[in-house]
Design a protein around this ligand. Structure first.
Ligand code: ASP
Length: 308
């Protein structure tokens, strides 16, 4: 099987011109890292974890150290990961003081009998696993402080706008052995209530992976994605015989018409076909396959280059 990795940097209202280059570099780096992990013969789970870690460590993205702030000005992060080989899954929500929630989600998947740990329980587990606790302020950027102030000025406390500030990160991969996996990680939605959990850590909403079908990672308005189970709904359409493109259009279209919810998704099938789709204004993405790297941010804009 020829390995494939696809990554996204979140559905967004618009990526401003001054950020575009930095976002493009970050997304390309994540896809390149994910692809080289697959090239070395490692698993799809290793590749999606590696790619998402790169994006969590990049302050341009709404995950890890670039996470948007809740109403109290703090970072609370959600993440999930799934292995399509045996449907094993791990998730964490509302975690505060870890640099890479996706690594913690993987440990939940591999080292506990559970699928999902939240808040203090997740943080205790992180400590038990030897993951260093970092000061919460280390995850707070000046840009996100300004965004929160602006949001509060314009909207008032605790009213987050579903169309703005979307920017979760995610990855899907197919490895040489034919296993698929997904990983998704986010700071959620700006100005959210303390303790708000979005779609990202919820298996079937923020992503899904099944070797019999493929793998998907989603982004967008979490409350809408949760209500339609966007990830599993898209895979259901594929099971029913739709092409990847049709399945993505159907599920994103349903979420928009039923709930006015905007979002995006990346998808890889069990045979290595892939698609990226979004209904938000833009979505940074990159896909690596057969030595080629495809990437874009806005609609109708794709660049293709050779991978190193
Ligand atoms: N889906 C994320 C959430 O609602 C936000 C995003 O995708 O940017 O938490």
């Amino acid at each position: 099987m020829n390995p494939v990795v696809v990554v996204h940097g979140g559905g967004a209202d618009n990526v401003s011109e001054d950020r575009k280059e930095r976002v493009r570099r970050g997304i390309v780096r994540a896809a390149t890292v994910g692809y080289s992990i697959l090239q070395e013969g490692a698993s799809a789970v290793d590749a999606v974890e590696g790619a998402v870690t790169v994006l969590e460590d990049d302050p341009e993205f709404n995950a890890g150290c670039g996470s948007v702030l809740n109403v109290n000005g703090e970072v609370e992060m959600d993440a999930s990961i799934m292995d399509g080989k045996d449907l094993s899954a791990g998730a964490v929500s509302a975690v505060r003081c870890v640099a890479n929630p996706i690594k913690l989600a993987r440990l939940v998947m591999e080292k506990t009998p559970h699928c999902f740990l939240t808040n203090q329980g997740a943080e205790k587990f992180a400590a038990a696993m030897g993951i260093p606790e970092i000061p919460g302020e280390k995850l707070v950027t000046e840009r996100n402080k300004k965004h929160l102030e602006k949001e509060k000025r314009e909207k008032g406390a605790q009213k987050s706008d579903c169309k703005k500030n979307l920017g979760t990160v995610g990855a899907v991969a197919l490895d040489r052995k034919g296993n698929v996996a997904y990983a998704t990680s986010t700071g959620g939605i700006i100005n959210k209530m303390v303790g708000r959990v979005g779609d990202t850590p919820c298996i079937g909403s923020g992503g899904y992976a099944d070797n019999d079908i493929g793998a998907i990672s989603t982004t967008g308005h979490g409350e809408s994605i949760l209500k339609v189970n966007l990830a599993r709904l898209t895979l259901f359409h594929i099971e029913q015989g739709k092409t990847l493109e049709e399945a993505a259009d159907l599920s994103l279209g349903y979420m928009k018409s039923r709930l006015k919810g905007l979002g995006g998704l990346i998808l890889v099938s069990k045979t290595g076909d892939w698609v990226v789709k979004w209904t938000s204004a833009s979505m940074p993405w990159a896909a690596a396959k057969d030595g080629k790297l495809h990437s874009g941010i806005d609609l109708d804009e794709t660049t293709v280059t050779d991978l190193p």
